[in-house]
Design a protein around this ligand. Structure first.
Ligand code: HEC
Ligand code: HEC
Length: 348
């Protein structure tokens, strides 16, 4: 009883503390109620959980663009929509007009860089004009490459609702378009090739594929120094000793003006490389055999050549070249190129 009295006595310290506690609880619950109401009003988007495949590192994300299911869905609609380009320099094209899913989001016979595992990329375009996260290059694609006119999206009738769901606003801006596209492209993950299945112990590789793999990952072929890790790219730039045919072959030098960048290009990831019909920044090689022949005996030695390639010719035999090619073909991912989550949403 005495204790009770003490607690309720307005002059005791204990009671003051209790009052403070009750007050802060009231404030807290008020805040909570307000927060709930606010998110309800904004039709909150649902958080997308990015599943990192076994053996892959953390993806490169933008804290200002958290991924949501609604944001990804919107990005997919935009990616396949020709209205994105109406009136601009690429009028009538959608992103998907040059980045075809069935070929790994590229055009096989052109130098279109594929959209595959770009969630892990930090450098974009052959010469690396853009660095950072996908959001950076998407801003360029939207503003400069496509010169997106928002009015054409509004005219579609359904976008304002979609932007509201994804970003909580019906105000369509180029920044939000770029964010939605970045979210969608970040989901384009390829991790189900025969090679992946082999690393997970699900399938066997043929003897030839295994020999090719050993060559790829050992000093003999020495491909892994630049095409190592789960993405098959080191995310860097190299001069691989191609013969200079045009000004364009100056590569990254054209961006930085630094002499050590002469002839350096982004190392492309090699997943789905077997679906391509032209290779390198200018599509100069038409078959994988020609590419391997280049590394085997075609490397041009100049002061700009990457030190990793400044060595005697590999001296691979015809059958070793076939083995290496067989291994590269195991990087084709049939699930990636037919995944319905990535396909044209206007053609169910
Ligand atoms: C007319 C064909 C064409 C269209 C349409 C097109 N692209 Fe591309 N895309 C290319 C080519 C070619 C490259 C490589 C160019 C370079 O590196 O200089 C490329 C490269 C890229 C890259 C860099 C990939 C990497 O590995 O660095 C991204 C990202 C990209 N495109 C996104 C888009 C988006 C988003 C759209 C739609 C807004 C789009 N593209 C529409 C042809 C196209
Ligand atoms: C010093 C780094 C380096 C090494 C080592 C290297 N590559 Fe490359 N690879 C690159 C770069 C950079 C490119 C793009 C060059 C360009 O377009 O000018 C490339 C391009 C390719 C391409 C064409 C991909 C496409 O989409 O066009 C294939 C295939 C390839 N390399 C396979 C190999 C194989 C096989 C080996 C081992 C025999 C190897 N690479 C060793 C850096 C390297």
């Amino acid at each position: 009883m005495v204790k009770m009295f003490l607690m309720l006595n307005p002059y005791s310290d204990m009671s003051k503390n209790l009052k403070k506690l009750v007050l802060s609880l009231l404030v807290l619950s008020g805040l909570l109620l307000y927060a709930c109401k606010k998110t309800n009003n904004e039709a909150a988007s649902s958080v997308y959980v990015f599943e990192i495949p076994e053996g892959f590192p953390q993806p490169n994300t933008d804290p200002n663009n958290p991924m949501s299911n609604e944001g990804i869905e919107l990005g997919r609609l935009l990616y396949y929509d020709t209205a994105l380009s109406y009136g601009g320099p690429q009028s009538g094209l959608a992103c998907a007009s040059c980045h075809f899913q069935e070929y790994g989001f590229t055009i096989p016979a052109q130098n279109v860089l594929p959209h595959c595992n770009l969630a892990w990329s930090r450098n974009f375009l052959w010469k690396g004009e853009f660095e950072g996260t996908l959001e950076t290059i998407m801003q360029f694609e939207v503003n400069t490459f496509f010169e997106v006119d928002v009015q054409h999206l509004i005219a579609r009738g359904y976008y304002q609702e979609k932007f509201k769901k994804a970003f909580g606003t019906t105000q369509i801006t180029d920044t939000l378009i770029a964010k939605a596209l970045a979210q969608f492209i970040r989901t384009l993950v390829s991790s189900d090739s025969k090679y992946d299945k082999f690393t997970r112990g699900e399938v066997q590789l043929s003897a030839s594929e295994l020999r090719g793999m050993d060559m790829f990952f050992s000093e003999k072929g020495d491909c892994f120094h630049c095409h190592g890790n789960a993405m098959f790219t080191d995310n860097d730039f190299h001069n691989i000793g191609l013969i200079t045919k045009s000004q364009g072959d100056m590569g990254r030098y054209l961006i930085t003006g630094a002499s050590h960048d002469v002839g350096r290009f982004k190392t492309p990831g090699l997943r789905n490389v077997g679906l391509r019909q032209s290779f390198m920044h200018d599509g100069r090689f038409k078959t994988l055999k020609e590419v391997i022949q280049h590394y085997n005996s075609g490397v041009k030695h100049t002061e700009y050549l990457d030190p990793l390639l400044d060595k005697p010719p590999l001296g691979l035999t015809e059958s070793e070249i076939s083995d290496l090619e067989a291994f590269l073909l195991t990087l084709t991912d049939p699930i990636f190129i037919s995944n319905k989550k990535f396909s044209n949403p206007y053609k169910p």
